[in-house]
Design a protein. Structure first.
Length: 192
């Protein structure tokens, strides 16, 4: 992941496009390894870019990230600082992470076009930006992550939304659950 760009947080967090675009450097706690989702950025016809708070309390959340993601974000931040210093500007915590050269927010349509270009360049089947969110949730559930934790990461108001939306993963969870129960039962009998 030496490319040093913020794209890495897309796959690793399950965040919505508006949430990603609303992230400022102040929303990253590098020490606690957390991203704080506090705003969404939208384009509204006639108004332009609008920054607003999440619609629900569950949308206002924090997402745990790994050391690898922290390193990537720190490297990207350093790169942005160096770029701005060359033109006499200074990066601050209120600059948007995914931004124009000067730290200003980007239009969601710009990100959408860039995403489609990246997908085409990668030579993979065309997908929607939102499909990355679905991929994150599906993988989390398939590796056995607690559905409540997945629900919290996605900002769903309750776990039933997550389970209903990702019910296609349930058969895989059922299989591993049955195997895990048998192993646990065998283990508890062997202790007796």
């Amino acid at each position: 992941m030496a490319q040093s760009n913020p794209k890495v947080i897309i796959n690793h967090t399950g965040m919505r496009r508006g949430e990603l675009l609303g992230l400022k450097w102040s929303n990253i706690d590098f020490n606690k390894k957390r991203i704080y989702v506090t705003h969404l950025l939208y384009y509204v016809s006639g108004q332009g870019l609008v920054l607003q708070s999440p619609k629900t309390s569950s949308g206002n959340r924090n997402i745990s990230i790994t050391d690898e993601i922290i390193d990537e974000l720190q490297s990207y931040k350093l790169k942005k600082q160096e770029q701005l210093l060359k033109v006499g500007m200074k990066l601050n915590d209120e600059h948007f992470i995914i931004s124009s050269f000067g730290g200003e927010p980007l239009n969601p349509n710009t990100i959408h076009k860039q995403f489609l270009y990246d997908v085409k360049l990668a030579g993979v089947k065309r997908i929607r930006f939102h499909d990355l969110r679905h991929t994150h949730a599906t993988i989390m559930l398939e590796i056995g992550e607690n559905p409540k934790v997945v629900s919290e990461r996605l900002g769903h108001s309750n776990v039933s939304i997550t389970l209903n939306k990702y019910s296609h993963v349930t058969p895989n969870l059922q299989d591993s659950s049955a195997e895990n129960f048998t192993k646990a039962l065998s283990h508890s009998h062997s202790k007796q």
